[in-house]
Design a protein around this ligand. Structure first.
Ligand code: UDP
Ligand code: MG
Length: 315
């Protein structure tokens, strides 16, 4: 049996050697062949040089280097595309996904599971971030048709079947958390204690998390559009009732209401709803726009993966 490790790396020069040492130490105790696919996602530091050095010394190490930063999703996709193992394990280069869990992941695989997920708790995370994430997952699970769990990220083992299914999903806007869950298969979850980043900084800012969150909602169904229809209906009925009430008030009790109040409230309320609606519709149209361009998800600048394989994939 062959295991592939897929590791997206962005500005990880300080972590990658330590990561490599730890992983290879661990894998040497396991009876299997393996390869490590390191994806350099347009790092601005010396990550690429480190990857080249490591791959020169160890032929089990493949590296793929993008022409610019394409994001972690693209990094994982490239890794999965070029991984040749019977089981693929995706993990971060910053040692936040403890390699010591690999034996447990493999155990799950040997028990016949196609996805073995490592789920972390949130010990040591910023309180605000934890609270937002909890709230987000609560709302998300009401919105989307698939099940998303807090603490479940990209750290997981996928069987060849599961990898092939993921690769068959051709969409440009990839929200992996959702895709993993969408493909289904027999899944096992193992839990681990949260680990803080080894060196460097997390590349997630608050706004990038917010954008990721919106992607999650919009990628999976058209329920936000449906909600807008309900909202529009509700406002329309409320407005009608209000107009009728005012009309009867004027005709029967001869009371008058100040005109500017009603005008301003109507403008604000409707204006707000219209802007949100336009935004949501725009999001979907934007997605259609990107999907129709059929651009590749990433561009490879250089790699030590053999060329025929690359050509095959490019087609
Ligand atoms: N990463 C990447 N491309 C990016 C951002 C991050 O390949 O544009 C990699 C990064 O090198 C790391 C993993 O994705 O291996 C997780 O990133 P990070 O540690 O910044 O995220 P967090 O752990 O805070 O979720
Ligand atoms: Mg990290």
């Amino acid at each position: 049996m062959k295991i592939s490790l897929v590791v997206p790396c962005y500005n990880e020069e300080k972590n990658i050697q330590e990561f490599y040492d730890e992983v290879t130490n661990l894998l040497s105790t396991i009876d299997c062949t393996y390869e490590i696919v390191l994806v350099n996602d347009g790092s601005k530091d010396n990550t690429l040089v480190k990857l080249q050095t490591i791959s020169l010394r160890d032929e089990r190490v493949k590296y793929i280097s993008f022409s610019r930063n394409f994001g972690k999703e693209a990094g994982m996709l490239a890794g999965l595309t070029y991984a040749s193992g019977d089981a693929v394990i995706i993990l971060d280069a910053d040692l936040q996904h403890p390699p010591s869990l690999i034996p447990q992941l493999l155990e799950g695989y040997n028990e016949g599971f196609d996805q073995v997920i490592a789920k972390r708790n949130r010990t040591g995370d910023k309180v605000v971030r934890t609270a937002f994430s909890k709230l987000y997952y609560k709302i998300m699970n009401k919105f989307v048709d698939i099940e998303l769990t807090d603490g479940v990220g990209d750290f997981r083992l996928l069987s060849r079947k599961a990898v092939n299914s993921l690769l068959s999903l051709q969409e440009y806007n990839r929200f992996s958390k959702g895709l993993f869950s969408w493909i289904g298969y027999k899944t096992k979850v193992i839990e681990y204690e949260n680990v803080l980043r080894n060196e460097g900084e997390s590349s997630w800012s608050f706004s990038s998390l917010l954008n990721y969150g919106i992607d999650g909602v919009i990628s999976f169904n058209n329920r936000p559009l449906r909600m807008l229809i309900y909202l529009g209906l509700f406002v329309m009925i409320a407005g009608l009732v209000y107009i009728l009430c005012t009309f009867f008030q004027i005709t029967f009790s001869h009371k008058s209401t100040p005109g500017y109040f009603t005008t301003i409230s109507a403008i604000l309320l409707l204006g707000g709803i219209q802007l949100i609606s336009l935004g949501v519709i725009g999001e979907y149209i934007g997605r259609i726009y990107y999907e129709t361009k059929r651009r590749p998800q990433f561009i490879i600048d250089e790699t030590n993966v053999e060329i025929p394989m690359l050509e095959q994939v490019a087609k």
